[in-house]
Design a protein around this ligand. Structure first.
Ligand code: GLA
Length: 576
């Protein structure tokens, strides 16, 4: 059990320095959890930290998911069996460059809901989620003989709001369900006042200048232990942006400064992993900017779990300050270039809509969340009367859309477009207008957090609102089975091919998307995430455990157009 005595952490009666690293179980396939945790321990760390994403565990209201990659308890028990302590951050908001900061999209079905504050409906949903989540965590707590030393309340709340009643509600919600380990908050050094509670330990998050950050923490909370809850050793990337890297020596030097001060630390990230499926978040300061699929983070282990030079430098520094627990080091996980796969079959999304979509009608456009849909695409369809060239205001589009008139592709529009008006030609007296909207990931941080998808309002076309809409939710939780009876030639299209694997335990590989524009890749039905030729990321990580000996089904959903129908599988990633 972890306690605070003066300016020290104490475990089992002895002073304890928390040397922790973040691994998000939900960003790593379960078969590799042990490998990553062993590498963490081998580096000289004694604790693993993870967030808990509400939207993964309660994908639909009242439907809970705690198996496979969502098996939080198995992850914690595994860490324990390897001799590691655990820190949990079940906020329920987690930021983390994760879709909607971990909040479930269905919260937005209630349009007037206020997030991350004492809004009664928001609190009620948290209560119901915690009734399911916390009893799972309780036996894992160190006070009950488990490995969990500490639990975080909210996440950098000082960077969002000032509702202390809400923070106190979260504290009480944990404690009344039996969470009796050390509670803490974490914030930027200048945001401590709004983010913390008087009786809860405050910690700080930063990437550099530990002296300054810890001075601020000491001034705010004198005589207590110093802890950097997020030591940013790298950074994440946005589509169209640069691939971020951070010098390993700089990270090791910064760590050394912290350890010299006797501080505790949690590497954010020790191992970043992958935003599989549609789970990437987005930022929205000036403009909406979605995060890429890889969460490599340029952290101590690469996205595919390999030791980096930064890892070695950090290990050396840790060895100077702390006695490393001896542990076996797993073998390097092999990577393989499997060559090329020919995607021989294809079908337009429009030909397979009945199999993968769910259609409803409404006088006005409903948002994605109002359609009980969280991720993927929504097709909005209506009729436009009259021949002519009409102006349409695209402001409600979240986030990017393909526009078709009478089943012919016209234009792609985006929430990022500065000009919110497009001109469309309607050649007939009665025309069909279809708008296929892509959710590119909900905002996970800051003032634009409340980010409904699909159509966030009605469309103003030719100086009036248009009524009578048909909407098809395409969540892509199931893929088309039949690739025949192709009538349409319109994109998006699904492409399918077979990857033959000889090995019983297939090595990892990287899916190269040269010649493809934008979409998602699925292996045996598992959604590996998004690709986009704008970069920086040019390959998708395909972990070996997702492959099986024999035939593997590779499906690409291409949204815009491809110059090739082959996919190459390489031994090296290309993150730009
Ligand atoms: C903050 C958040 C984290 C993450 C990092 C940036 O510190 O608390 O969840 O978003 O920023 O990677």
């Amino acid at each position: 059990m972890l306690t605070v005595q003066g300016n020290q952490f104490v475990v089992n009666g002895r002073p304890f320095q928390i040397l922790s690293g973040a691994i998000h179980y939900f960003r790593v396939v379960p078969e590799y959890w042990e490998d990553r945790l062993l590498k963490l321990k081998h580096c000289g760390l004694n604790t693993v930290e993870t967030y808990i994403p509400w939207n993964l565990h309660e994908p639909k209201k009242g439907q809970f998911h705690f198996t496979g990659i969502a098996d939080l308890e198995a992850f914690v028990r595994l860490a324990e069996s390897l001799g590691l302590y655990v820190i949990l951050r079940p906020s329920p908001y987690i930021c983390a460059e994760w879709e909607f900061g971990g909040l479930p999209a269905w919260l937005l079905k209630e349009k007037d809901i206020e997030l991350r504050c004492s809004h009664p409906a928001f609190l009620q949903h948290i209560e119901e989620y915690y009734d399911e989540l916390i009893p799972r965590i309780k036996p894992l707590l160190s006070t009950n003989g488990g490995p969990v030393l500490a639990v975080q309340i909210e996440n950098e709340y000082g960077g969002y709001g000032n509702d202390k009643t809400y923070l106190a509600f979260l504290r009480d919600a944990l404690q009344k369900r039996g969470v009796d380990v050390l509670l803490f908050t974490s914030d930027g050094p200048d945001m401590l006042a709004d983010g913390s509670l008087p009786d809860v330990l405050a910690t700080v998050n930063f990437g550099s200048r530990p002296d300054e950050a810890f001075q601020k923490l000491k001034a705010f909370q004198p005589g207590r232990p110093l802890m950097c809850m997020e030591f940013w050793d790298g950074w994440f990337d946005h589509w169209t942006g640069e691939h971020h890297v951070r010098d390993g020596k700089d990270v090791a030097d910064t760590l050394e400064q912290m350890l010299e001060m006797g501080a505790s630390v949690n590497f954010y990230m020790f191992h970043g992993g992958t935003n599989f499926a549609f789970y990437n978040g987005a930022n929205h300061y000036e403009t909406y900017t979605p995060t890429i699929t890889s969460y490599d983070y340029d952290s101590l282990l690469s996205e595919s779990g390999d030791i980096t030079p930064k890892y070695e430098m950090v290990k050396k520094v840790l060895a100077k300050y702390a006695k490393r627990q001896e542990t076996k080091m797993p073998a390097t996980s092999p990577k393989k270039a499997y060559g090329t796969v020919e995607l021989t079959e294809s079908i337009s999304l429009f030909d397979t809509l009945p199999a993968i979509g769910k259609t409803v009608r409404s006088p006005y456009p409903l948002t994605m969340e109002q359609l009980d849909q969280s991720y993927g695409f929504t097709l909005y369809k209506t009729t436009i009367d009259g021949k002519g060239r009409f102006e349409m205001d695209i402001t409600p589009v979240r986030d990017r859309a393909f526009i078709y008139v009478n089943r012919h592709y016209q234009k792609t529009v985006s929430r990022r477009d500065e000009n919110k008006f497009v001109m469309l030609d309607f050649p007939q007296e009665i025309n069909s207008l279809e708008i296929l909207v892509e959710n590119m990931g909900r905002v996970n941080y800051g003032k634009n957090l409340k980010d409904s998808k699909g159509m966030a309002g009605n469309l103003w076309i030719n100086n009036k609102y248009v009524f009578d809409w048909e909407m098809t939710a395409i969540e892509l939780d199931r893929l088309p089975v039949l690739f025949k009876n192709q009538k349409e030639n319109r994109y998006p299209k699904f492409f399918r091919g077979i990857l033959e694997i000889q090995e019983d335990a297939a090595p990892d590989t990287f899916v190269q998307l040269d010649g493809w524009t934008k979409g998602n890749v699925f292996i045996n039905g598992f959604n590996l995430g998004r690709y986009w030729s704008v970069g920086p990321q040019a390959t998708l990580y395909l972990p070996g455990p997702l492959l099986k000996k024999g035939k593997n089904e590779l499906v690409v959903l291409e949204l815009e157009g491809n110059r090739t129908t082959t996919i190459s599988l390489a031994a090296e990633p290309n993150l730009g």
